[in-house]
Design a binder for this molecule. Structure first.
Ligand code: HEC
Length: 119
Protein backbone atom coordinates (compact mmCIF):
# COMPACT_ATOMS: atom_id res chain seq x y z
CA UNK A 1 0.00 0.00 0.00
CA UNK A 2 1.30 3.43 -0.84
CA UNK A 3 0.43 6.43 1.22
CA UNK A 4 0.27 9.42 -1.06
CA UNK A 5 0.45 12.95 0.25
CA UNK A 6 -2.73 14.95 -0.16
CA UNK A 7 -2.73 18.04 -2.29
CA UNK A 8 -5.20 20.86 -2.85
CA UNK A 9 -5.86 19.42 -6.30
CA UNK A 10 -7.24 16.16 -4.87
CA UNK A 11 -10.72 17.40 -3.97
CA UNK A 12 -10.25 17.63 -0.22
CA UNK A 13 -13.55 19.35 0.68
CA UNK A 14 -17.15 18.75 -0.41
CA UNK A 15 -19.45 21.06 -2.34
CA UNK A 16 -22.02 20.89 0.48
CA UNK A 17 -19.37 21.86 3.01
CA UNK A 18 -18.38 24.87 0.89
CA UNK A 19 -22.06 25.88 0.65
CA UNK A 20 -22.36 25.83 4.44
CA UNK A 21 -19.12 27.77 4.61
CA UNK A 22 -20.49 30.44 2.25
CA UNK A 23 -23.34 31.11 4.71
CA UNK A 24 -21.03 31.22 7.72
CA UNK A 25 -18.64 33.44 5.83
CA UNK A 26 -21.43 35.88 4.94
CA UNK A 27 -22.51 36.02 8.59
CA UNK A 28 -19.12 36.21 10.31
CA UNK A 29 -16.37 37.29 7.91
CA UNK A 30 -17.80 39.30 5.00
CA UNK A 31 -18.25 42.49 7.05
CA UNK A 32 -14.46 42.92 6.92
CA UNK A 33 -13.20 40.71 4.09
CA UNK A 34 -16.16 41.70 1.83
CA UNK A 35 -18.70 39.39 0.23
CA UNK A 36 -16.47 38.75 -2.79
CA UNK A 37 -13.52 37.90 -0.46
CA UNK A 38 -11.42 40.69 -1.92
CA UNK A 39 -11.09 42.54 1.37
CA UNK A 40 -10.75 46.30 1.67
CA UNK A 41 -8.20 48.83 2.86
CA UNK A 42 -8.32 47.39 6.41
CA UNK A 43 -8.69 43.63 5.80
CA UNK A 44 -6.65 41.47 3.44
CA UNK A 45 -8.03 39.63 0.44
CA UNK A 46 -8.76 35.90 0.91
CA UNK A 47 -8.72 35.22 -2.80
CA UNK A 48 -6.47 35.38 -5.83
CA UNK A 49 -2.84 36.28 -6.32
CA UNK A 50 -2.39 38.50 -3.28
CA UNK A 51 -3.75 35.72 -1.06
CA UNK A 52 -1.60 33.05 -2.68
CA UNK A 53 1.41 35.35 -2.43
CA UNK A 54 1.04 35.31 1.37
CA UNK A 55 0.09 31.65 1.78
CA UNK A 56 1.87 29.70 -0.95
CA UNK A 57 4.50 27.45 0.61
CA UNK A 58 2.73 27.36 3.96
CA UNK A 59 0.30 24.59 4.90
CA UNK A 60 -3.47 24.36 5.14
CA UNK A 61 -2.93 23.62 8.83
CA UNK A 62 -1.27 26.99 9.32
CA UNK A 63 -4.12 28.75 7.53
CA UNK A 64 -6.72 26.87 9.59
CA UNK A 65 -4.83 27.73 12.76
CA UNK A 66 -4.68 31.42 11.83
CA UNK A 67 -8.43 31.56 11.13
CA UNK A 68 -9.54 29.50 14.07
CA UNK A 69 -7.43 31.26 16.71
CA UNK A 70 -7.42 34.88 15.41
CA UNK A 71 -10.64 35.37 13.44
CA UNK A 72 -13.03 37.10 13.59
CA UNK A 73 -10.78 39.76 15.12
CA UNK A 74 -13.50 41.03 17.48
CA UNK A 75 -14.10 37.54 18.95
CA UNK A 76 -11.27 35.15 18.02
CA UNK A 77 -12.05 31.45 18.10
CA UNK A 78 -15.78 32.02 18.64
CA UNK A 79 -16.93 29.64 15.91
CA UNK A 80 -16.94 25.84 16.09
CA UNK A 81 -14.07 23.95 14.44
CA UNK A 82 -16.64 22.57 11.98
CA UNK A 83 -17.63 26.11 11.02
CA UNK A 84 -14.02 27.15 10.46
CA UNK A 85 -13.52 24.06 8.29
CA UNK A 86 -16.63 24.91 6.24
CA UNK A 87 -15.42 28.49 5.77
CA UNK A 88 -12.00 27.21 4.70
CA UNK A 89 -13.75 24.91 2.19
CA UNK A 90 -15.59 27.97 0.86
CA UNK A 91 -12.28 29.89 0.59
CA UNK A 92 -10.74 26.96 -1.32
CA UNK A 93 -13.72 26.83 -3.68
CA UNK A 94 -13.48 30.59 -4.20
CA UNK A 95 -9.81 30.12 -5.16
CA UNK A 96 -10.86 27.51 -7.77
CA UNK A 97 -9.56 24.41 -6.00
CA UNK A 98 -11.72 21.37 -6.84
CA UNK A 99 -14.34 19.80 -4.55
CA UNK A 100 -14.40 16.05 -3.88
CA UNK A 101 -16.10 13.34 -1.82
CA UNK A 102 -14.66 13.94 1.65
CA UNK A 103 -15.20 16.84 4.01
CA UNK A 104 -12.18 18.96 4.83
CA UNK A 105 -10.91 17.93 8.26
CA UNK A 106 -11.78 20.31 11.10
CA UNK A 107 -8.38 20.43 12.81
CA UNK A 108 -5.10 22.21 12.17
CA UNK A 109 -3.19 18.99 12.93
CA UNK A 110 -5.05 16.98 10.30
CA UNK A 111 -4.37 19.70 7.72
CA UNK A 112 -0.71 20.22 8.65
CA UNK A 113 0.62 17.96 5.88
CA UNK A 114 -1.25 19.65 3.02
CA UNK A 115 0.86 22.30 1.29
CA UNK A 116 -0.75 25.44 -0.12
CA UNK A 117 0.24 25.54 -3.74
CA UNK A 118 -1.48 26.90 -6.82
CA UNK A 119 -0.66 23.82 -8.89
C1 HEC B 1 -13.64 42.85 12.24
C2 HEC B 1 -12.99 42.56 10.97
C3 HEC B 1 -12.68 41.12 10.61
C4 HEC B 1 -13.54 40.05 10.65
C5 HEC B 1 -15.02 40.01 11.05
C6 HEC B 1 -12.78 38.92 10.16
N1 HEC B 1 -11.51 39.28 9.84
FE1 HEC B 1 -10.04 38.11 9.07
N2 HEC B 1 -8.72 39.64 9.15
C7 HEC B 1 -9.02 40.93 9.56
C8 HEC B 1 -7.80 41.73 9.55
C9 HEC B 1 -7.71 43.20 9.95
C10 HEC B 1 -6.77 40.89 9.13
C11 HEC B 1 -5.26 41.24 8.97
C12 HEC B 1 -4.55 41.15 10.28
C13 HEC B 1 -4.21 39.74 10.65
O1 HEC B 1 -3.74 38.97 9.80
O2 HEC B 1 -4.45 39.38 11.82
C14 HEC B 1 -7.38 39.58 8.89
C15 HEC B 1 -6.69 38.47 8.42
C16 HEC B 1 -7.28 37.27 8.07
C17 HEC B 1 -6.59 36.17 7.45
C18 HEC B 1 -5.12 36.15 7.06
C19 HEC B 1 -5.06 36.71 5.66
C20 HEC B 1 -3.66 36.95 5.18
O3 HEC B 1 -3.44 36.90 3.96
O4 HEC B 1 -2.77 37.19 5.99
C21 HEC B 1 -7.50 35.17 7.27
C22 HEC B 1 -7.27 33.83 6.61
C23 HEC B 1 -8.76 35.64 7.77
N3 HEC B 1 -8.58 36.93 8.25
C24 HEC B 1 -9.93 34.93 7.77
C25 HEC B 1 -11.11 35.36 8.38
C26 HEC B 1 -12.27 34.54 8.52
C27 HEC B 1 -12.39 33.11 8.04
C28 HEC B 1 -13.22 35.28 9.18
C29 HEC B 1 -14.60 34.85 9.63
C30 HEC B 1 -14.63 33.74 10.57
C31 HEC B 1 -12.62 36.59 9.42
N4 HEC B 1 -11.35 36.59 8.92
C32 HEC B 1 -13.29 37.64 10.02
C33 HEC B 1 -10.26 41.40 9.91
C34 HEC B 1 -11.40 40.63 10.10
Amino acid sequence: MTISAQSLQDGIYTAIQAERGAEEYAARCASCHSSDLRGNSNSPSLIGLSFMFIWEGKTLGELFHKMSTEMPTESPGSLSMQSYASILAFILRSNDFPAGDTDLAASADALASIPISSN
